[in-house]
Design a protein around this ligand. Structure first.
Ligand SMILES: Cc1ncc(COP(=O)(O)O)c(C=O)c1O
Length: 370
């Protein structure tokens, strides 16, 4: 059994992927080719936003968003401590200081109840993460941001395709930033990412930053990056968008089924395991299907022996990462994130998981928990 099965997906879309890649090889516009523009139109329509700016990775997407908002040294940006490293890395890379707000223990997303007290005169943006494929509570977060006159950037690297109160992830705040890393719900065959906004001026600036800050050929009003998405990756993503609705439906169905099977398997001992919680107003695309167990190391060893791969997303919260030691944020500062980091473990999850495989995983979980 594989943790994520990308080959089965490739077999399904092979004619379209192969033809589209072949087309790029033939026309030769490997950078900023017609596939890039076509993909941006498809993605903007999908999310319901006016603009989509494709970029080279999810990390570049977040970084370009911060650069477009002119965030730099002396500024603070608020994010969650329980997330992939890039969420805070980009804040530090632009010279600003990450300020953490602990997460809600049910959803692992930034707890809006703790947001207002973290805002200082130096705060320049709020960057909630929509972790594991479920959106943060954007109505509440946007409301607090609005009262403090702050922009909100959604780190939607894991939630592309998810909905919040019927609206698509990436379309929930001033800027949405996602990743097309191969294992993400919409994954390329290499790195990629995209930015979404309604704001014409911001979209223009973000387009310039991804192209070395150039507004016309060899004319640079600002600094930027080599931040473009390759035409070949855009071609792959166009082929994947043909089946994306179907894959999202499969993720939602399989996620719900995992939860039902696990609840039934642990009906006699529900305290032994924590099953994912999805808010009634959300749909979750399960970039990861993540449970909590005690004695995780033993659990993972047993799962491996039973032939079921697992992974930990993420074992060390960002305030305890060595590179952020200078922030002086000691253990105990963000207890929910620290507790989650000790207990979370992700199970195999992808749209091509069979019911029989799911049953095998759940039986193994039951045995491994002991
Ligand atoms: C929450 C989160 N933010 C940012 C990123 C960065 O995306 P990328 O790997 O495409 O740079 C990732 C993905 O790895 C992520 O999971």
């Amino acid at each position: 059994m594989q943790f994520i099965d990308l080959k089965t997906q490739y077999r399904r879309i092979q004619p379209s992927v192969d033809a589209r890649i072949h087309n790029v090889l033939e026309h030769g516009a490997y950078v900023m080719g017609p596939e890039v523009t076509e993909l941006e139109q498809v993605l903007a329509k999908y999310c319901g936003t006016k603009h989509c700016v494709s970029v080279a990775s999810g990390t570049d997407a977040l970084m370009i968003a911060l650069m477009a908002l002119d965030i730099g040294p002396g500024d603070e940006v608020i994010t969650a401590p329980f997330t992939f490293f890039a969420s805070a890395e980009v804040i530090a890379l632009v010279g600003a200081t990450p300020v953490f707000v602990d997460v809600d223990p049910r959803t692992y997303n930034l707890d809006p109840a703790q947001l207002q007290v973290a805002i200082t005169p130096r705060t320049r943006a709020i960057m909630p993460v929509s972790l594991y494929g479920q959106c943060a509570d954007f109505d509440v977060i946007n409301d607090i941001a609005c009262r403090n006159n702050l922009p909100v950037i959604e780190d939607a690297a894991q939630s592309f395709g998810a909905t919040y109160k019927g609206r698509k992830s990436c379309a929930l705040s001033l800027i949405g930033a996602t990743s097309f890393f191969p294992s993400k719900p919409l994954g390329a065959y290499g790195d990629g990412g995209a930015l979404f906004t309604e704001d014409d001026a911001l979209a223009k600036v973000m387009r310039e930053i991804r192209l070395h800050g150039q507004d016309r050929r060899y004319h640079h009003p600002r600094l930027g990056l080599t931040g473009r998405l390759d035409s070949i990756q855009a071609a792959v993503l166009l082929a994947k968008m043909e089946i994306f609705d179907d894959e999202v439906a499969a993720r939602i169905r399989l996620g719900a089924r995992y939860s039902e099977l696990l609840a039934a398997a642990f009906a006699d001992r529900p305290a032994m395991i924590r099953i994912p919680f999805v808010e009634a107003f959300n749909t979750c695309v399960y970039a990861q299907y993540t449970i909590e167990v005690e004695q995780r190391e033993i659990f993972e060893t047993r799962m491996k022996a039973l032939g079921v791969p697992t992974a930990v997303h993420y074992p060390l919260p960002l305030h305890l990462q060595p590179v952020f030691a200078h922030l002086g944020l000691r253990e105990g500062r963000y207890p929910v994130s620290e507790s989650a980091a000790r207990r979370v473990v992700s199970l195999p999850m992808h749209p091509y998981l069979t019911e029989e495989q799911q049953e095998r995983v759940v039986a193994a979980v039951r045995e491994a928990v002991g």
